[in-house]
Design a protein around this ligand. Structure first.
Ligand code: GLU
Length: 215
């Protein structure tokens, strides 16, 4: 289990996300990645520094999520690094934990014609959320519907191209904290990345889901 960070607010998200990944490095990891609202995704196998040097100057936005991975399902290579998306590239997710029933969910989705692009249990979650989301409604509805199908553990942060000013987070068996700023919110899987930003912290409880916008 490794690290998640997220930011939504009025500042450029990239500095907090990259500092956050570095602050979580002590937990050990094999790859890292970042998704920024309206900008897309960057991933690298190996050290956070490799990702940091690959990021172009203009890779900035006021909302984003990032992850350091400790592989449980699928080798530690770039295509298995988080964030993962559904096949349409609409829904983006970072995940700590293990989807235990990933094989049966993957089979059911594949039968519906869903094409997978990684070996991870996390992509199954991304595709499942994407599948419900494609039927219409808000991102949080699709996330909570998908989580009803999942057995296992998760701390997740989810974004959508269709609702770029929102991050949906949820947890079961994996820690997730929210840092409260002024018209800005931080997400982290442990307190270390938050310490320099805010002392107001909410620990998400198991089974809880939160919807974050900058307001
Ligand atoms: N099970 C996921 C994977 O293998 C998440 C691992 C983690 O918690 O870093 O990609």
């Amino acid at each position: 289990m490794c690290g998640i960070v997220g930011y939504i607010g009025k500042k450029n998200a990239t500095p907090f996300l990259m500092e956050g990944l570095r602050a979580l490095e002590y937990r050990g990891y094999d790859s890292a990645g970042i998704y920024l609202s309206g900008r897309g995704v960057m991933k690298r196998a190996g050290k956070v520094e490799k990702l940091a040097t690959a990021l172009p100057e203009e890779f900035r936005a006021t909302a984003g999520i990032a992850h350091t991975r400790w592989a449980t399902h699928g080798p530690p290579i770039e295509r298995n690094a988080h964030p993962h998306s559904d096949a349409s590239g609409t829904v983006w997710i970072v995940h700590n934990g293990i989807v235990e029933n990933h094989a049966e969910l993957r089979d059911a989705l594949a039968k519906e014609g869903v094409a997978f692009s990684s070996d991870t249990d996390t992509e199954v979650l991304a595709q499942l959320i994407g599948n419900y989301y494609a039927k219409g409604g808000l991102l949080e509805k699709a996330v909570s519907r998908a989580l009803r199908d999942v057995r296992g553990t998760y701390g997740i942060a989810v974004m959508s191209e269709r609702e770029p000013d929102k991050i949906v987070v949820a947890r079961l068996g994996s820690p997730l904290l929210l840092g409260i700023g002024s018209h800005e919110y931080y997400i982290a899987s442990d307190a270390t990345p938050l310490l320099s930003r805010t002392r107001k912290v909410v620990y998400l409880e198991d089974g809880e889901l939160a919807v974050l916008t900058k307001d």
